[in-house]
Design a protein around this ligand. Structure first.
Ligand code: SF4
Length: 367
């Protein structure tokens, strides 16, 4: 058939310089990438590689590993070589690990200049080593570790303080002709974070990595990140994202991917259109939606599945979806591409939807 038009987005991407993080392009010419960070001790190479494999399988594009000690730095060459996705070494305090990570073959190094004493003395060598190895850099400014002089000037981590710090640190690399870096200015308050990124986006064409730092446990962190990223991404700002949750990193990837899919910045996969239920519901919508979601988890095809509690909006929504059910009178009308294909007893709704989804997936695979 006719190739379909790309789905609409809210704004064109802000034009940025392009960089490479290993095989992944970062900047406005490339899709927005999703990152997470391992929680295993980096010295435990097998556990770290196992977690990276899980992250890769869940749709993570780039992974960051902490490198707080010499033992961690020693683990980097194997991790960088065996990881299926580019590895960024996360370095605070110790410039020597920056060099170790570059030599280890990490795709990129995250430096937090606020946490490296006499950082400006080191930049020339870092830039030279990074250039020699094709390593890119992330300048990661963080509200919790602002450079002391800037903190003193502003009193606290205001958007202006974060941006001044970032622009100054960028200039240190640029002075040496090094431009292969992206910048983040993270804060735990979405309002300050959004204001900082908006301001930073006006000041240069650097690719930007978005993050709300210490966003909290899954529920709060998901909402804080989605709200803040949504405000920025809907204006075209942001080239990579990391959702920080006090939860396993695979959860961060699921949330990150869902945020991008919601804004049509990444192709939508499984989408459950389920009603909130109300006094008219003739079926337990929550359980039904949960069971259908669980049964279809991991489906790789774009599929809109409507789960509706009654016949008021049910048939309408179910018809718009690829697949759907409208329930009533202890039965479910099963719709495929707008046609009622069968009516099944309530107890068979979930299995029927899953069967039909598999059948559609197979057809799409064959097409
Ligand atoms: Fe209520 Fe029916 Fe709408 Fe669900 S589909 S919210 S049960 S009216």
């Amino acid at each position: 058939g006719m190739p379909s038009a790309p789905p609409p987005v809210l704004a064109p991407r802000r034009k940025t310089r392009q960089i490479k993080v290993g095989s992944v392009g970062v900047g406005s010419d490339y899709p927005i990438s999703v990152q997470s960070m391992t929680t295993t001790p980096t010295t435990d190479i097998n556990a770290t590689l196992q977690q990276i494999a899980e992250l890769t399988a869940s749709g993570c594009d780039i992974v960051r590993v902490a490198c707080p000690s010499a033992d961690d730095a020693e683990a980097l060459p194997i991790i960088a070589r065996k990881s299926q996705i580019p590895v960024i070494a996360d370095i605070h305090f110790q410039p020597k690990y920056v060099f170790a990570a570059i030599e280890a073959g990490c795709a990129a190094v995250r430096v937090n200049p606020g946490n490296i004493r006499k950082f400006d003395d080191q930049v020339k060598e870092i830039a030279a080593a990074a250039r020699d190895h094709g390593t890119s850099i992330r300048i990661g400014v963080n509200a919790g570790s602002l450079e002391p002089g800037i903190l003193k000037k502003y009193g606290k981590a205001t958007p202006e303080a974060l941006v001044e710090s970032a622009v100054w640190e960028a200039s240190l690399f640029e002075e040496h002709g090094f431009h292969d870096f992206k910048i983040s200015v993270k804060h735990n308050d979405p309002v300050i974070m959004v204001a900082a990124y908006e301001m930073l986006a006006e000041k240069g064409d650097w690719p930007l990595h978005l993050g709300v730092t210490e966003a909290g446990p899954a529920f709060q962190g998901t909402i804080k990140s989605a709200t803040a990223f949504g405000a920025l991404l809907s204006r075209g700002i942001g080239d990579t994202i990391r959702v920080s949750l006090s939860a396993p990193p695979v959860e961060e990837i699921k949330v990150g991917n869902q945020i991008l899919q919601s804004l049509n910045l990444r192709p939508r996969k499984l989408e459950i259109v389920s009603c909130p239920s109300c006094g008219r519901a003739q079926v337990d919508v929550y359980t039904l939606a949960e069971q259908v979601t669980a049964g279809l988890e991991g489906m790789e095809i774009p599929l809109r599945v409507a789960v509706m509690g009654c016949v008021v909006n049910g048939p309408g929504e179910a018809r718009e979806a690829d697949l759907g059910v409208a329930s009533g009178n202890g039965k479910g009308q099963i719709f495929v591409k707008g046609e009622v294909i069968k009516t099944v007893p309530e107890s068979a709704i979930v299995e029927t939807l899953i069967e039909e989804a598999m059948r559609i997936a197979e057809e799409m695979g064959e097409a």
